[in-house]
Design a protein around this ligand. Structure first.
Ligand code: 13P
Ligand code: SF4
Length: 311
């Protein structure tokens, strides 16, 4: 554990039990930055969606415990079909993952036969299975610009799509109307108020935010990107426009810097369903396990692997 947080004896006991079971079962605990602090602190690997997907392909653990939402567990399983992937909070589902349909993909393919269907990993396995390439917020720009296709149908997130489209004027984007309720809820007036209150602070924004929010940023990037930006900056104050869980790593790494949020709703209720108790129970029972239809899983692997190759 590399932080200064002081936990109660009860929490420490649960952490010890998790550590012992993890060793015994040769399990790897992976966590996204948005899960509760204490879950981040027992993780072997913590990172953004891209880091977690890539790391999942590199482990020789027998069990992967994915502390995040369903699509993250599914991504790990798609890339490691023969491994046991546990997802402690099976009901932690990202609403945005469902904000497109296979019917709509087929409709767009009919209209634009040369289009590449680019699927943000925050999506169901079924949507991935009908896509040409997956991307995360860390590599979307890089990957889309490498694609030979001019027509790009980007699903499900409209905000990430617009952020990339603005930087790739030679491409023709077909947008989808999905969004992340956490990032989409941050408003221009909230960010303006945060900036007025802390005029020295640099503004770090996740590209799932609305275009008027990314336009006000000093830095735009994935959760890991934001942390790296702060690591390399001499500034002392930062306004962070992404889910609040990122503040745990930021404050731990930079006790001398100050961090503020932009809005007051920067909390993902699904990520917060992952608790220490649920991680312990998952290790004890080896459930809930991510299971996917073999055909869907095989079809979803191609766009995921293409992402790993192109990134
Ligand atoms: P990244 O992990 O790519 O920063 O995405 C954030 C997110 O919304 C995950 O749910
Ligand atoms: Fe989904 Fe947004 Fe929560 Fe990420 S932060 S899991 S995109 S709702």
């Amino acid at each position: 554990m590399d932080n200064q947080t002081t936990y109660s004896q009860e929490i420490m006991d649960t952490m010890e039990q998790i550590k012992a079971l993890k060793e015994e079962k040769n399990a790897l605990i992976m966590a996204h930055y948005y899960v509760p602090d204490e879950v981040q602190d027992i993780a072997d690997e913590i990172g953004d969606s891209f880091f977690l997907a890539r790391k999942a392909t590199e482990t020789d653990a027998d069990i992967i415990v994915l502390c995040g939402v369903q699509f993250m567990g599914e991504s790990a399983k798609i890339l490691n079909p023969n491994k046991k992937v546990l997802i402690p909070a099976i009901n932690a589902d990202c609403p945005m993952a469902h904000m497109c349909t296979v019917e709509r993909i087929e409709e767009v393919r009919g209209e634009y036969p040369d289009a590449a269907v680019v699927c943000y990993v925050n999506s169901t396995a079924e949507l991935k299975a009908h896509s040409d390439v997956c991307v995360t917020s860390a590599n979307a720009l890089n990957i889309v610009q490498k694609l030979p296709n001019k027509d790009i149908y980007f699903i499900p997130d409209q905000n990430l799509a617009h952020y990339i489209a603005d930087q790739l004027p030679d491409k023709h984007f077909i947008f989808n109307d999905g969004f992340c309720h956490v990032h989409h809820s941050i408003t221009k007036s909230q960010l303006e108020a945060a900036k007025a209150a802390k005029p020295e602070a640099l503004v770090c924004v996740h590209p799932e935010c609305r275009p008027e929010i990314t336009a006000m940023a000093d830095y735009v990037g994935s959760t890991s990107g934001i942390i790296q930006f702060v690591d390399g900056s001499d500034a002392k104050e930062f306004i962070i426009a992404t889910e609040m869980g990122v503040l745990h790593s930021l404050k731990t790494k930079h006790p001398d810097k100050k961090f503020y949020t932009a809005g007051n709703m920067q909390l993902c209720p699904n990520m917060k369903k992952v608790s220490l108790e649920r991680v312990l129970e998952a290790l004890q029972t080896e459930k809930p396990e991510v299971t996917l239809d073999t055909e869907v899983m095989d079809a979803a692997r191609m766009p995921m692997e293409r992402m790993l190759e192109l990134a």
